[in-house]
Design a protein around this ligand. Structure first.
Ligand code: AHR
Length: 632
C-alpha cells in the first residue's frame, strides 16, 4: 500500500491525547501505587469491612486486641491496637505486620512512624525481617517518648544492611515489657514508606510511577470509576475526608471488596499530576451510588455545594474559605484545574431511573453551578453521545468501550462523524473479551493479550485521527495486585516484590502510540482501500517531527503488508525512525507475571528515503508501528 501524508490540512489536536485513569480497584491504591508498606495501618473499618487485626501478629506472647478507647488517636481513627504483656516476660514483645502480601526490603531509607499511648520507659525496636527465617535485614532503636493517657508519635529512619532475597518479609515493633506501667500500650497509625516517586512525603511507589511516566501520559482521571460512586449513598468518595494529616482520614468501604485508607487522597492525586505533568480530570460525585440509589432533586443542593467546595479547595486562592483550608494544610498555591467530570457511568447503575435522574436534573444541577462560578471550566458528562445522551455543548461526554478486539476493528470510523459539539473523552477502554466469546456473560480475559492490544491500537488510532473532537483516551484499569484483584485485564501487574512488576502487552502498545504525540493531524491518501491497515499521521509542532502510526489488524492471510510511505514536501535523503511491535507468541500471547515472560518483540530501524521519495517497510500480520521523522 502506498500512503501519502499531505503537508497541509488536518486539525489541531486536544494536546492531551492519552492519559491515565486511577481508582482503588485490585489494590491499585492501597498496596499498589500508594507506597505505604503497612497493611491495616490504622485499624480502619466499616459495616461492610469490620475493624480487625488482619495482617498483624503478636511477638513473644504479646496479646493483641482492638480497642475503641474513650480518647482515640482522632475522631477519624477511633480504633487502635492494644498490646498487652506481662512484666515477668524477660524477652521483648511486640507485633509484626505482613505488609501487602509481603514487603520489599532493600538497602535504602525507610521512613517510619507510629503513635503510642501509655507509659513506657525504654526504647522500641523497629525492624524488617524475613517471614521465613526470621533473619533481620535492618533495625533501629527508637527512644520512647510515650506518656500515660496521651498519644505520642514516634518517627524513625530505618536502613537495612542488605537486600532481602524475596519480599516474604515483615515489619515489627518490639519493646521491653519491664518498662511498661499498666500492663499494656496502645498503638495506631503504624506506617512505613520506602523512598517514593520524586521523594514526595506520603507518595507513590517509584517503580510503578516510573512505568506510568514512561507512557508519556498527559492527563489523570481520578478518583474512579466505580470507586467515586461508592457502594451506597452513605459512602461515595468524600474529598474532604481524604485531605489533611493521615490521622484525620477515616477511610471508607470501597466498592471493590475492601476498605480503603484514603492515604492516596485528593492532594496526593494532585501531586501525582504535578510530578508527571498531567492535566487533572477530577471526577466529582453526581449523587448516584453503585447500588443504584440516587439523590432526589430536592436533596441535591448540598451535594452541588460540596462539589463547588471541592473545586474551590483545589483552585481557589487563599482568600476563599476552601482555598484557605488548603493553605492551612500547607499548600498556599492553588492547583490548575480545567476539567471536571460529573459522576461515573451514570447510564449504568440503577438504570433506567438512575440514568433518567442524571439526564433530567443531576447533570444540569452540577453543570450549571460549576459553569456559573468557573466559566472557564471544561465540564464532562459521565455518559457520551454513544450512551443515548444529548450533551449540551460545550460540555463533553465520556465513552467507555470495553470490547472484543474485532469490535475496535469494526468501529474504526466511529468517531469520524462527531461534530465539534460532540467533544468526547474516552475515560476508560480496554479489550477485555476474546473475539467471538460471550462478552459480559463470561469471564474477562486472564491478562491483556496480543490481539487485544492490536485491537486497542486500532482504537487509539481512531481516537487520535479525531484528536480535535476526542479530548483524550485512557486504558483502564491500569493496575492489578496479583494477590487480590477483581479485574484481570490491566495495564500493569505487580506484587510487593518490585522485580515482579509486569508490563502487559497493552502497556507496550499504548506506550508506542502515546510517546509520539501528534499536535496537528495531517490528511492521508492511501493508494488502495486497505482492509487491515489502520493509520493516523500528523506533526508535532513542539518538536518539528512528522509522525505516522499504523496497526495491521490482519487475522486472515498471515501475510505481511508492504507499506510505502511518502511525506509530502519532505526533502530528499531524509531518514526516519521505525519502531515495530510484534508478538513472538501469536495472537493469544500475553506477558505472564508468574512466568516472567515478555512476548512483545520491538524492532527499531532507521529507514532511508528511496529514490521515489518513499519510506518502505513491512507490516507483519497483527503488528503496530510508528514512523517518526524526528527520530532518525
Ligand atoms: O475499570 C473498571 C470499572 O469499569 C470502572 O470502575 C467502571 O467505571 C467501569 O465500569
Amino acid at each position: 500500500v502506498e500512503i501519502v501524508v499531505h503537508s497541509q490540512g488536518g486539525n489541531e489536536t486536544s494536546r492531551i491525547p492519552f492519559g491515565l485513569m486511577h481508582e482503588d480497584i485490585n489494590n491499585a491504591g492501597d498496596g499498589g501505587i500508594y507506597a505505604e508498606l503497612i497493611r491495616n495501618r490504622a485499624f480502619q473499618g466499616s459495616k461492610q469491612y469490620p475493624v480487625s487485626l488482619s495482617s498483624w501478629t503478636p511477638i513473644n506472647g504479646a496479646i493483641l486486641s482492638i480497642k475503641n478507647l474513650s480518647t482515640p488517636l482522632s475522631a477519624a481513627l477511633p480504633s487502635s491496637m492494644n498490646v498487652a504483656t506481662s512484666s515477668t516476660v524477660s524477652k521483648s514483645v511486640g507485633f509484626a505486620n505482613a505488609g501487602f502480601w509481603g514487603i520489599d526490603v532493600r538497602k535504602q531509607k525507610y521512613k517510619g512512624s507510629f503513635y503510642v499511648r501509655g507509659s513506657y520507659k525504654g526504647s522500641f525496636k523497629a525492624s524488617l525481617q524475613s517471614a521465613l527465617t526470621n533473619e533481620t535485614f535492618g533495625s533501629i532503636k527508637v527512644e520512647s517518648k510515650a506518656r500515660k493517657n496521651e498519644w505520642v508519635q514516634h518517627q524513625f529512619i530505618l536502613v537495612p544492611e542488605k537486600d532481602a532475597p524475596s519480599s516474604n518479609n515483615t515489619f515489627a515493633v518490639t519493646f521491653d515489657p519491664a518498662g511498661v506501667t499498666g500492663g499494656s500500650l496502645d498503638f495506631n497509625l503504624i506506617s512505613l514508606f520506602p523512598p517514593t516517586y520524586k521523594n514526595r512525603e506520603n507518595g507513590l511507589r517509584p517503580d510503578i510511577a516510573e512505568a506510568f511516566a514512561a507512557l508519556n501520559p498527559k492527563f489523570l482521571r481520578f478518583p474512579g470509576g466505580n470507586a467515586l460512586e461508592g457502594p451506597n449513598l452513605a459512602n461515595p468518595w468524600k474529598w474532604n475526608e481524604t485531605i489533611g494529616p493521615l490521622k484525620d482520614r477515616p477511610g471508607r468501604p470501597g466498592v471493590w471488596g475492601y476498605q480503603t485508607s484514603d492515604g492516596l487522597g485528593l492532594v496526593e492525586y494532585l501531586h501525582w499530576c504535578n510530578d508527571m505533568g498531567l492535566e487533572p480530570i477530577l471526577a466529582i460525585w453526581s449523587g448516584l451510588a453503585l447500588d443504584g440509589a440516587y439523590i432526589n432533586e430536592t436533596d441535591l443542593a448540598p451535594w452541588v455545594e460540596d462539589a463547588l467546595n471541592e473545586i474551590e479547595f483545589v483552585r481557589g486562592d487563599a482568600s476563599t474559605p476552601y482555598g484557605q483550608l488548603r493553605a492551612s494544610l500547607g499548600y498556599p498555591e492553588p492547583w490548575e484545574l480545567k476539567f471536571i467530570e460529573v459522576g461515573n457511568e451514570d447510564w449504568l447503575a440503577g438504570a433506567p431511573s438512575g440514568y433518567k435522574s442524571y439526564t433530567t436534573y443531576r447533570f444540569e444541577a452540577f453543570k450549571n453551578a460549576i459553569e456559573e462560578k468557573y466559566p472557564d471550566m471544561h465540564i464532562i458528562a459521565s455518559p457520551s453521545v454513544f450512551d443515548n445522551m444529548t450533551i449540551p455543548a460545550p460540555a463533553a461526554g465520556d465513552y467507555h468501550p470495553y470490547r472484543q478486539p474485532n469490535d475496535y476493528y469494526a468501529e474504526f470510523d466511529k468517531f469520524d462523524n462527531l461534530t465539534p459539539d460532540n467533544l468526547t473523552l474516552v475515560g476508560e477502554f480496554a479489550a477485555v473479551h476474546p473475539n467471538g466469546g460471550i462478552d459480559w456473560a463470561g469471564q474477562l480475559h486472564p491478562f491483556p493479550w496480543w490481539i487485544g492490544g492490536v485491537g486497542e491500537a486500532v482504537f487509539m488510532i481512531s481516537t487520535e485521527r479525531n484528536g480535535d473532537r476526542i479530548l483524550g483516551a485512557t486504558y483502564a484499569p491500569i493496575l492489578r495486585n496479583m494477590n487480590r484483584w477483581q479485574w484481570s485485564v490491566c495495564m500493569i501487574e505487580f506484587e510487593a516484590d518490585v522485580k515482579k512488576t509486569t508490563l502487559s502487552t497493552s502497556y507496550h502498545i499504548f506506550q508506542l502510540i502515546s510517546t509520539h504525540p501528534i499536535t496537528h493531524n495531517l490528511p492521508t491518501t492511501p493508494s488502495t482501500n486497505t482492509s487491515s491497515l489502520f493509520f493516523v499521521a500528523g506533526k508535532n509542532e513542539d518538536t518539528g517531527s512528522q509522525i505516522f502510526k499504523v496497526a495491521n489488524y490482519n487475522t486472515t492471510d498471515h501475510q505481511p503488508t508492504p507499506v510505502s510511505l511518502k511525506f509530502e514536501g519532505l526533502q530528499k535523503g531524509a531518514t526516519a525512525g521505525l519502531t515495530l511491535l510484534t508478538s513472538d507468541a501469536g495472537p493469544f500471547g500475553y506477558n505472564d507475571p508468574a512466568k516472567g515472560n515478555n512476548v512483545v518483540v520491538t524492532t527499531t530501524k532507521t529507514l532511508s528515503m528511496g529514490d521515489n521519495g518513499t519510506f518502505d517497510f513491512m507490516m507483519p500480520e497483527l503488528s503496530v508501528a510508528v514512523v517518526d521523522i524526528g527520530i532518525p
